[in-house]
Design a protein around this ligand. Sequence first.
Ligand SMILES: [Zn+2]
Length: 671
Amino acid sequence: MTAQDPGYTNSPQRQVGMEQDEKNNIDKQRAIMCRGGWFSRRDFIKGAGAAAAGVPIAMATSGLTGGLMDFSELDLAADDASAGGPNGNGFKRALVLYDGTGEFAWIGNVHAKQLANLIGRFLPTGARANNTVIKTVAEYTAGEMNQSQYTATFYLGQTYDNQLPTALRNDILATRKPFVFFKYNLWQIAWTPDFSADNATFVERFGFRWEGLHPGAGSTFSRVSYKGAEFAKSLLDAELGVTRVINAGQATVKAWSVDANNNEVPYIIHGRPANAIGPNGGLWYVADSPFSYMSEEDRYMVFSDVLFDMVGVTHAQTRRGLVRLEDVSAISNPAQLRACADYLSGRNAPFSIATIPIYNDPLGTWNGGVAERIPISRAATVKSAINYMRGRGGEVIMHGTTHQYQDVPNPYTGVSADDFEFFRVTENPDLSLTFHGPVPEDSRQWARGLLNNGIRELRRAGWGTPTTFEAPHYGMSEVDYLAVGGMFDWTYHRVLYFQDQSFVAERHAPTPGTTRQAEEGRRRRRERRIGNRNAGAAGGAGRAGAGTPGRGGNGGGGNGGAERAQAQAEPDKFAGQFFPYVIQRDVYRNKLLPENLNNIEPTGWPDPVEGPYMPRLPEALVRDATRNRVLRDAWASFYFHPFFDLSYLRETIEGIQDAGYEFQRASSVRS
Ligand SMILES: [Zn+2]
């Protein structure tokens, strides 16, 4: 494959171009922030929300700023995993650097955690914490990356033209160990200081050159080609750093970005100097941040696989599957549960039963206005159906305690499985959702108490102490995730990661010299952007309750909520992440089973922000699983609501099995 010249040169004029790019970039990142302020219904209710990137949330009155941990302390307190292990043959620890300055530095802060989570793949099975060291690039000290504790060092170039410390630039240029560089600022080492020419040392050592930044506007580089398979890249974040191979004996392209005319530029390139240590030594360059707008079918999956090569870990090809039956509670239909179990056991597919310990409908929404609360231990027919399922390969995992919050809609009905339990969410007139943050009483103690109620109830039903937890609607606060880590051996979901609170305090003060008017103008522009978009998108479409097709309800139009949401959307921010494989420990110290294919969604629905959503049918899950066969540690993990027609489950299971995946008993998965 040959790289096409995209027309970028390193002439001084390019500098002027970059200033314009920077403006575009800031506008774009602002758009990312605004977009996140309005989570779509489907994103969260259907579990895809934790895949969205760059998402601000509201602080509301939750006391979110108080008492949260500083993650740098957590990370440094982690176990010494230098022994390596079967998951990481020789892997010790990684150093992750990010830009600590600039308006959007928080994105780098969150992406650094997401990267540390993926690196958690390589920790020993017995690790108790994620030992990745995360710090800002300014905190880098000379020679640090060469310390023997580090297997590899990563730098997330997220803030355009953030100045890299001289010591870091020198160390990268001389590196013999793996150094992985993402997106912005490579020009500071690849070019001469006046940008008039290539830095000869760079090209000589790594065998490739930096060509420039594809600004993204008008880009059609929406595909990434990897090992013969084609993955996607969202054009909502279309920028790419463009490199070109100069010496094919030194530089290897691991994946290619592909545009509409089939032009290709390297997406991930590895330049290996003559004196590199090991096959993975030298400079790796990733053309964007793969954590931005990640999705089930996109280049995040490619990066996750190349990560093995970056840290020098070998892994024989495996293809494993997981299936979970979702939202099983005291009001589930026992016949449907038994039918799923019969089918799955006939296919030799063990499965998990995401069980809601206590069904609660405090407002009597589905009970003629009369409150109803049924612990699962007292729902005789469902209990016996679950016992039947357990005899056919089913394993009970805990899915919240009530999967709703108190006696209020949160956001929909107040009924179990419809609502969030650990996060406060309200619905806007245009059907979009506002995330207010943790519930007011949120604390580690509170979460523990609530979770203990659920655990007791599952024990009462005779199923022992649950070892695996799944958060309702995949949404919890930091302290809740930390609480879960101490109570369950495993988590089995997608996860939200928040910017450091210390980061908020230190780095979100107005920049010195910025006038109040400028801040105000920026705020207004941002609001206008949101307002305009929502004005066009709102509609009076009917809605389906979460996972409950056919339930009526009607939303009005209008965009009155836009400014309100924006007012609340500062200063805390988070992004969601799904996992392509088992993570031994994330930054919350949780072990994670992957869920990387989402779920079956027979009917689409209108979304006020994203527009109409297409249904997600078995063929889409099977297509993604088939594409992922090129990944070495490939998983096909999805969930299914048993009230849907069994044929959807059948088609998905058979398609995934035909693609060569073998379904696993979740409790037997170790790594
Ligand atoms: Zn659920």
